[in-house]
Ligand binder design. Structure first.
Ligand code: HEM
Length: 127
C-alpha cells in the first residue's frame, strides 16, 4: 500500500507560526550577522574619532545624522538581543531551562530584558 505523503512541498514563511523561543533564536542569528556586518563602519568611526579634536567632531557629526541614529538604534538592539539571548543559549547548553514551559518563559524574559535595557539606554542618551 502506498503511504500518502502529507509533508508540505513548499514552505510559506509568512504562514509559519513560530513559537517565541524560535523568534528569539532567529533574531539572535540576525543580530549576530548585523553586528558582524557593522564592524568595518564602526571600526572606521572609532579610528576617525581617535584622530584628534577634528576627527572626533567629524565622527560626532556623522553619528548625529538621522540615518546613523537609526542604524545605531538597530545596532544597540542587536547587541542587547544577542547578549541576552546568548546568555539564554549558554544556560541551555548547561541544560538549564530546557523544558517547553521554561523555554517559553526565558524567551519572554529575553525580550523583557532587552526592552528595559533599551529604555534605560535611550533615557541616558536623550534625557
Ligand atoms: C555580547 C556578548 C555575546 C554573547 C553572550 C554571544 C553569544 C553567542 C552564542 C551563545 C552563540 C551561539 C548560538 C547558538 O548556539 O546557536 C553566538 C553566535 C553568534 N554570534 Fe555571538 N555573542 C556575543 C557577541 C557577539 C558579537 C559582538 C557578534 C558580532 C560582531 C556576534 C556574532 C555572532 C554570530 C554571527 C553568531 C552565529 C549566529 C548563528 O549562526 O545563529 N556575537 N553568540
Amino acid at each position: 500500500m502506498a503511504v500518502h505523503d502529507t509533508r508540505p512541498f513548499y514552505l510559506n514563511l509568512l504562514k509559519i507560526r513560530l513559537p517565541v523561543p524560535g523568534v528569539v533564536s532567529i533574531f539572535h542569528r540576525v543580530s549576530g550577522v548585523l553586528m558582524f556586518l557593522a564592524i568595518p563602519a564602526t571600526a572606521y568611526l572609532l579610528d576617525l574619532s581617535l584622530q584628534g579634536e577634528q576627527g572626533f567632531s567629524r565622527a560626532s557629526e556623522i553619528l548625529a545624522q538621522p540615518f546613523s541614529q537609526l542604524v545605531l538604534i538597530v545596532l544597540i538592539w542587536s547587541l542587547l538581543h544577542h547578549l541576552f539571548a546568548g546568555i539564554r543559549f549558554l544556560l541551555i547548553d548547561f541544560d538549564i531551562g530546557l523544558d517547553k514551559e521554561q523555554s517559553c518563559k526565558t524567551a519572554w524574559l529575553v525580550f523583557a530584558a532587552e526592552i528595559i535595557a533599551m529604555i534605560i539606554i535611550a533615557a541616558g542618551i536623550y534625557l
